[in-house]
Design a protein around this ligand. Structure first.
Ligand code: GLN
Length: 488
């Protein structure tokens, strides 16, 4: 039952072959067996899950089934869930129980899903290996004995879905946190157009970049998840007016003489990637060509400056967003001699090293001496990158590029902060531009580990992004069934 995709499970649920309670029990059993080893959940909610599942079966029996009724999912522990601890993987929020429900998690309640628990992540979503989590890093279910990273920051979500501890999950992507972890765990991860999914009730990292999105085992499943998550929200001032709706299976966008121009970014050609990534990327491009796509070279002149711009803008916004954790209204409070001492002691004890590093960088680039040379300059680079993508989309319909340079690395790989930041090279530009990008498996490397490539579209072209991703998925045809990956 664990190997069923979301699409398959919904068919079986709708035709009465399985019940939501049976499906949920299968997942709870799996969480019991492997949750500790994978460390993919910070909080599990078995009672809530069984209650959700029973309610789902009752709705279905009454002929009242909702869009994803009975689907057992994991929620990244950045989305506030009423009455359920929401930590952002930080000591600061270790005991925080929200009194409200985030828009995204509410939409999943409305869609009839079953909540299995809150997935592990990097502290405040800052990181790439989920190692900055106060609760320890999740493990990649592929070749588990090697203790590889499941990526970050949505590494608990990818670990859970790849290992069969959730049928699908939510993530957030500020600079790659959905796409990178999905790529190195053999999953599909979609960063939708900025504004398509509401940020309300999602713990803020860098508000102009933060993008909630889905993680699933197939592109069709991802499209279903996105349909449930997307939609205008008056409570988020940057929420888009348009939504996203799609019923799987997605329509082919290639074949039968359909014309599609697929762009390749010239400047990324000079970036060093592994031989496997290069070979698989080229293979998939050849496949697209043979399916009738026209491959065109396009240019995003400043794309290699995206990293520098991102690592100024994101920390600047983070330093401002994290000012609210002062030990006063909620979160950790360490009593000091006076109120300022309490601020200082609470923040010193509540935040981890990487979060502090971001706040220091952010405060520095926003200081009056640095504002023009760093923050304003980064904002200009951001605008140029967004403009270049707009121009490129006059020459092509969609763009493809690698999701990462190589496969999952061991968690204990010694990387400096700057080396960690450099891993985001392939993903941050799309956040700066606010455009949709989906990472889809493009094959297995020689070492047996999965690699992913991205399909990138113009703003609100999310549907075609998924449609092209589905062709790549079919061509790559990797086996990502959880019992296959884990061998059990
Ligand atoms: N790795 C990036 C960072 O640490 C991206 C994080 C994210 O997308 N949340 O900032």
């Amino acid at each position: 039952m664990i190997d069923l995709t979301l699409t398959e499970a919904l068919h079986k649920l709708n035709s009465g072959k399985i019940s939501a309670v049976e499906l949920t029990r299968a997942y709870l059993d799996r969480i019991e067996r492997f949750g500790g080893d994978l460390n993919c959940y910070i909080t599990t909610t078995p009672e809530r899950a069984l209650a959700d599942a029973a309610a789902s079966d009752a709705r279905r029996a009454a002929g009242d089934a909702k869009f994803l009724d009975g689907a057992p999912i994991a929620m990244k522990d950045l989305f506030a869930t009423r009455g359920i601890r929401t930590t952002a993987a930080s000591r600061m929020l270790e005991n925080f129980i929200p009194e409200y429900e985030s828009t995204v998690s509410q939409k999943f309640i409305d869609a009839g899903t079953v909540l299995l628990g809150k997935a592990n992540l990097d502290e405040f979503a800052m990181g790439t290996f989920s190692k900055t989590s106060y609760f320890g890093a999740p493990i990649n279910p592929w070749q588990m004995e090697k203790r590889l990273t499941a990526g970050g920051s949505s590494g608990g979500s990818t670990s859970a879905v790849a290992g069969g501890l959730a049928i699908a999950a939510t993530g957030t992507d500020t600079g790659g946190s959905i796409r990178f972890p999905a790529a190195i765990t053999g999953l599909v991860g979609m960063k939708p157009t900025y504004g398509l999914c509401s940020r309300w009730g999602c713990v803020a990292f860098a508000s102009s970049l933060d993008t909630p999105g889905p993680i699933a085992r197939t592109v069709d499943d991802t499209a279903l998840m996105l349909s449930a998550m997307a939609g205008h929200d008056p409570k988020d001032s940057t929420s888009a007016t348009q939504g996203f709706t799609c019923n799987a299976p997605l329509e082919p966008i290639l074949g039968n003489g359909k014309k599609l121009r697929v762009g390749i970014i010239r400047e990324l050609g000079d970036v060093k990637i592994s031989n496997d990534m290069k070979t698989l990327f080229e293979k998939r491009i050849a496949d697209l060509k043979s399916m009738g796509a026209e491959i065109v070279e396009i240019s995003i002149p400043n794309i290699l400056d995206a990293l520098a711009a991102y690592y100024i803008i994101a920390p600047a916004e983070a330093s401002s967003n994290l000012a609210r954790y002062d030990g006063m209204r909620y979160g950790l409070r360490v009593e000091g001699a006076d109120i300022y001492d309490t601020f200082k002691k609470s923040r010193a004890a509540g935040f981890g090293d990487e979060v502090k590093r971001r706040m220091i960088i952010g405060t520095a680039v926003l200081s009056s001496e640095s504002y023009d040379v760093y923050f304003m300059q980064a904002a200009r680079v951001r605008r140029m990158i967004a403009d270049s993508f707009n121009t490129a989309f006059e020459q092509c319909d969609l763009i493809v590029c690698p999701s990462s340079a190589g496969t999952a690395m061991p968690l204990n790989t010694g990387l400096s902060p700057l080396e960690f930041y450099a891993l985001d090279l392939f993903t941050v530009a799309m956040n700066l531009a606010g455009i949709p990008a989906c990472s889809v498996p493009c094959g297995l490397a020689q070492n047996g580990l999965p690699l992913g490539m991205q399909v990138v579209g113009a703003r609100f072209d999310d549907m075609r992004v998924l449609q092209l991703a589905k062709h790549i998925e079919t061509a790559a045809n990797i086996d990502n069934r959880p019992t296959k990956i884990m061998g059990k």
